[in-house]
Design a protein around this ligand. Structure first.
Ligand code: AVI
Length: 327
C-alpha cells in the first residue's frame, strides 16, 4: 500500500479541521466543508444511507453496473493492451467489485489501483480482494485525489481507465468539478478512459426524499458534523437546538443540505478559542449534491477534454455511468 497522506507543512488533521471550522462559521453565510462528514461514524452512517429505501442512487448504479458489466468490460479491453484500473474514492469498492469479477476473467490484462483518503478502508479492501479475487493484482493508494493522480502519472505509466463512481462529482462546486476533471485529464493520454457515475435530474420529490429519509439517517449524517466539532475540537453545540434541513432547487439541479439553529445561541469551540453566534433560524450550509442532464454532462466532459464514448443507464433513467474517452 502506498501512503501519500502525510502533510509536508507540519500541520496535523485537527489543526486543519479547526482552521476550516473557524473560517466556515466565521463567514456570513455560514458553511462547513462536506469532506468532514466522513469520520468513522459518518462513514458508517453513509453506508446506512446507501441502503435506505429513499436513497435510490446506490441501487440504480448497482443495476447499471450489474446489467452492463460485460459491455463495460468489452469497452475497457477494446484497445487490447494492459491497463491500470484507477478507482478514485474506492471505499469498500462494493460496486467496483461487480466490474472486477468480470474483468478478472481475463487474467493479467490489468491491475487495480484503488485510491482513498482512508487508510483503514484501503487495508480492508486489499485484504478482502486477496480473499475474494486472488488473481487480481492490487496496489492501494492512500491519499487525496490530486496527490494520488500525480503519483499515478509517475508510477503507473501504462494505459489508464479511471473510475469515479457514486455521483461523487456532484459534491463539488461547478468550478471545482471542472478543475477536478481537468486535472484527471492532464494525467491521461489519448486512448485512456474515465467511467463517471452521475445522478440525473428527475422528479424533485424523489430527490428531496433521498436526502430527507423518514428514518432520520441523513439527518444524523449531517448533524455528525456538529458532533465531530464537539468531540474533536471541544465545541459545545447542543445538538437538540439544531436541525437538518435539505432543500432541492430544480432550476439549478442542486440538492443543498443545511443545519439550522432553532434559536439564538452562542457556541464556544476550545480549539479555535472562539465563540460563534447563531441568530434564530440562521443556517450552516453543509453540502451540495448536483443533479445533471446528460447534455450538461456531455458539455462538462467536453470542457475538460473528454468525449462521451457511451452512456449506461438504469431502466428508469435515474442514474448514469458515463464512459468518456480521451482523443
Ligand atoms: C457521497 N455523495 C455522492 C452523497 C450524495 O448523494 O451527495 C453524500 C450524501 N449526502 C447525503 N446523503 C448522501
Amino acid at each position: 500500500m502506498i501512503d501519500l497522506s502525510r502533510k509536508k507543512d507540519g500541520t496535523n488533521d485537527t489543526e486543519t479541521f479547526a482552521a476550516d471550522v473557524a473560517e466556515g462559521l466565521g463567514t456570513s453565510p455560514k458553511s462547513l466543508p462536506s469532506r468532514y462528514f466522513y469520520d468513522a461514524t459518518g462513514s458508517r452512517l453513509f453506508q446506512e444511507i446507501m441502503a435506505l429505501p429513499e436513497y435510490y442512487l446506490t441501487r440504480c448504479e448497482f443495476e447499471v453496473l450489474q446489467g452492463n458489466r460485460q459491455e463495460i468490460a468489452r469497452h475497457f479491453f477494446a484497445a487490447d493492451s494492459f491497463f491500470h484500473l484507477i478507482d478514485l474514492g474506492a471505499g469498500d469498492a462494493l460496486k467496483t467489485k461487480i466490474l472486477l469479477r468480470e474483468l478478472a476473467l481475463q487474467q493479467n490484462a490489468f491491475d487495480y489501483v484503488p485510491v482513498d483518503i482512508s487508510g483503514d478502508a484501503m487495508r480492508q479492501l486489499s485484504d478482502s480482494l486477496q480473499q475474494e479475487m486472488p488473481s487480481v493484482d492490487v496496489q492501494a493508494v492512500v491519499g487525496e485525489y490530486f496527490k494520488a493522480l500525480e503519483w499515478l502519472q509517475e508510477h503507473k505509466p501504462e494505459r489508464k481507465i479511471v473510475l469515479f463512481l457514486g455521483s461523487n462529482i456532484g459534491n463539488f462546486k461547478n468550478d471545482e468539478s471542472i478543475s477536478f476533471l481537468k486535472s484527471i485529464r492532464s494525467n491521461l493520454s489519448p486512448g485512456d478512459k474515465l467511467l463517471m457515475g452521475v445522478d440525473l435530474r428527475k422528479d424533485p420529490d424523489t430527490i428531496l426524499s433521498a436526502y430527507n429519509d423518514a428514518s432520520g439517517v441523513t439527518a444524523a449524517f449531517n448533524m455528525n458534523l456538529l458532533r465531530r466539532i464537539n468531540t474533536e475540537l471541544g465545541g459545545d453545540f447542543d445538538l437538540a437546538e439544531f436541525m437538518h434541513y435539505p432543500i432541492y432547487n430544480p432550476h439549478e439541479g442542486v440538492m443543498r443540505s443545511f443545519i439550522v439553529s432553532k434559536k439564538a445561541q452562542d457556541v464556544h469551540i476550545q480549539a479555535t478559542g472562539q465563540t460563534f453566534h447563531f441568530d434564530a433560524w440562521e443556517a450552516i450550509h453543509t453540502e451540495n449534491s448536483h443533479k445533471y442532464s446528460l447534455k450538461q454532462i456531455e458539455e462538462l466532459g467536453n470542457t475538460c477534454g473528454f468525449r462521451i464514448e457511451t452512456v449506461f443507464q438504469d431502466t428508469e433513467c435515474r442514474f448514469a455511468d458515463v464512459l468518456f474517452t480521451v482523443d
